[in-house]
Design a protein around this ligand. Structure first.
Ligand code: 13P
Length: 251
């Protein structure tokens, strides 16, 4: 059985005191939830303080990106080892905002994936098509390109430790989520690709989150789909009330 995983991607929001407040509220309300795996991904500057709050609780800590080199003259970058040292168990890579604004490619995602796996941090690899790609019938081609190339060259065991987030770009921050049918269709296709790459047993074990305008009101119908194993949540993860409700609605 794949355990549902709900991850909050705070993006570039919350200074340190705001992060502490939000993490404390989430912990207070969700401390006894075991059925759902809960991850919060604050900005780099808040990771250390949030780790003090989530350490040894059921709330896991994640980062929003990393660099693939171990150390050195790479001004502004943060290594996987540094993320490990601050308590991160997860790290988002390949988010569409990074692909769109910061030159992220499947090749750079793949390098980050490998270094995270080596550091024993679970990668959350984002894939998904833009609106014009969907409109021109290229959704599956884009998903295949992202999945096959971002996830190239890893072992079956590493694949099972990796989480995939299907985030159609047109659904991110727009209030228009993919319908449950659209999400299931994409997730099923991703699982088929994983089966071709690593065999059916691996494909059945990998968790695939949906992301894009997920709210407390729509989470249930999404996770009831056979191949939807949770959500990567932006806007609705920034307020304790909505994130807590969203997690509780998965139970
Ligand atoms: P929203 O939930 O705000 O649409 O953002 C989704 C997202 O990009 C999560 O990574």
């Amino acid at each position: 059985m794949r355990r549902v995983i709900i991850a909050g991607n705070w993006k570039m929001n919350k200074n340190i005191s705001e992060s502490i407040d939000l993490a404390n509220s989430i912990k207070r309300s969700l401390y006894d939830i075991e059925e759902v795996e809960i991850v919060i991904c604050p900005p780099f500057t808040s990771l250390s303080d949030v780790n003090e709050i989530t350490m040894e609780t059921n709330i896991k800590l994640g980062a929003q990106d990393c660099f693939w080199e171990k150390e050195g003259a790479f001004t502004g970058e943060v290594s996987a080892g540094m993320l490990k040292s601050v308590g991160c168990e997860y790290c988002i890579i390949g988010h569409s905002e990074r692909r769109q604004f910061f030159g992220e490619t499947n090749e750079t995602v793949n390098k980050k994936l490998k270094v995270l796996l080596k550091e024993n941090i679970k990668p959350i690899v984002c894939v998904g098509e833009k609106l014009e790609e969907r409109k021109s019938g290229r959704t599956f081609d884009v998903i295949k390109d992202h999945v096959v190339n971002s996830l190239a060259g890893i072992s079956k065991e590493e694949m099972v430790r990796t989480v995939i987030a299907y985030e159609p770009v047109w659904a991110i921050g727009t209030g228009v989520n993919a319908t449950k049918e659209q999400a299931e269709e994409a997730h099923k296709y991703i699982r088929t690709l994983l089966g071709q790459m690593h065999g059916d047993d691996v494909a059945k074990s990998v968790r695939i989150q949906y992301g894009g305008s997920v709210k407390p009101e729509n989470i249930k119908e999404l996770i009831l789909q056979e191949d939807v194993d949770g959500a990567l949540v932006g806007g609705a993860s920034l307020k304790a009330d909505s994130f807590v409700q969203l997690v509780k609605n998965c139970l």
